[in-house]
Design a protein around this ligand. Sequence first.
Ligand code: NDP
Ligand code: HSE
Length: 429
Amino acid sequence: MTTIKIALLGFGTVAQGTFNLLQDNAELIRNRTGVNVEISKIFVRNPDKYSHITLPETAQYVTDIDEVLKDDSIQMVVELMGGTTFAKDCVEGALKAKKNVVTANKDLLAESGPYLLDLASKNGVDLRFEASVLGGIPIIRTLYESLAGNRITEIIGIMNGTTNFILTKMSEEGLSYQDVLKEAQDLGYAEADPTADVEGLDAARKLAILASISFNRRIFFEDVSVEGITSIDTEDIKFGKEFGYNIKLLGIAKETSQGLSLNVYPAFIPTTHPLASVRGSYNAIYVKGNGIDDVMLYGRGAGSLPTGSSVVSDIMEVAKNISYNETGRLKPFYYDQKNIYSPGKIQSSYYLRLEVDNKTGVLAKISAKLAEQKISVLSIVQRNMDPETAVLAIVTSKCPRSYILNLIDSFNSLRSVKSVNSVIRIMEA
Ligand code: NDP
Ligand code: HSE
């Protein structure tokens, strides 16, 4: 049986999940691929940190990347360090040395994916990245292979476990954003610096990768309009429930007659929508295609073994390609040049929460401003905070975002409006 030597770069959460699966399922992997995948080197900064882990006899730690890149016996490099600088140098170096690469690095892919895929193709090697989007959920291969015969029209996903955990806890237990963020950090879901999670950047990177594959065009992180969840208040979540909605941070990529819209934002979705029941740190992705109609994948979007599961499936695929001498066949589908559609033009219903003077005639002034902007109201709920102040929660009909921004300006010009506290989109079922 052929032996294929691989190197792991980094030995953190995902790399250890990958390592454990490669050890525990070694026989199954051999039987399914017909090759023996052998970890030869593990590149780390400080091997002492990992002294509690027993390596197989064939494997050793190295601290000089050239010991991997210049070792001709290593045919596959598995980059699991993260980051876009040193990791990019390593991936580039490996591809140029005609080594196949597997990575889970969404930051790198969202920034330099098209370039690296071209580089892999030019060098006749594979670059696989199933784990980079939604951890253990097999969405990349599904789009590349299983749904390849479809024209994809829309993808909607809950693409970040940390924010879904936070919003679920706020919704179900009435806890504040700050309290739950602390819990997410303590449980290890959130990053040490959780900005990329809560500001929607992590979801935007994943959306850029998926949209590139789905819409046959080079799409980068900068092409995605991003809003995070930091301003979501438990008050909004309570009002949302009264209107029949759950709140989720969504990544949405959609083809319209005017072009592609690429957005990450928190949105209310009807409790009847399949994505509304995705709770806690789980992720899900809903894909619409002109053949399949719609399909939804659900599962763990992060974690050592779930993410390792995707990395191992890529390692197995590449190992088979090496053994059949078929690497470098995966060509990116970058033949299209659709517009990216301005977020200002996207139509949706909106939820607004305002604090207003608790006086006769205020509602009439609010209604007049809505009428001036040609926005009709679907529902309105009023709660009195104290004798002087009332809270209004308004659900509007569908309109462009630019109308809502004008409406907010005109509300702010009213003396009886104390503040416009929240503006949240509503997604249709
Ligand atoms: P960790 O922080 O747990 O592990 C990173 C590893 O890489 C550590 O061993 C670290 O070593 C090493 N490393 C980092 N920088 C360098 C460097 N310059 N030189 C040598 N070693 C380095 O990260 P994760 O395992 O969580 O993430 C790895 C990748 O997987 C990232 O791209 C991440 O976005 C992606 N990913 C992670 C998921 C998850 O659930 N965690 C899910 C999906 C994707 P040291 O200890 O010395 O810092
Ligand atoms: N921080 C990410 C999340 C990890 O919460 O989803 C997986 O990409």
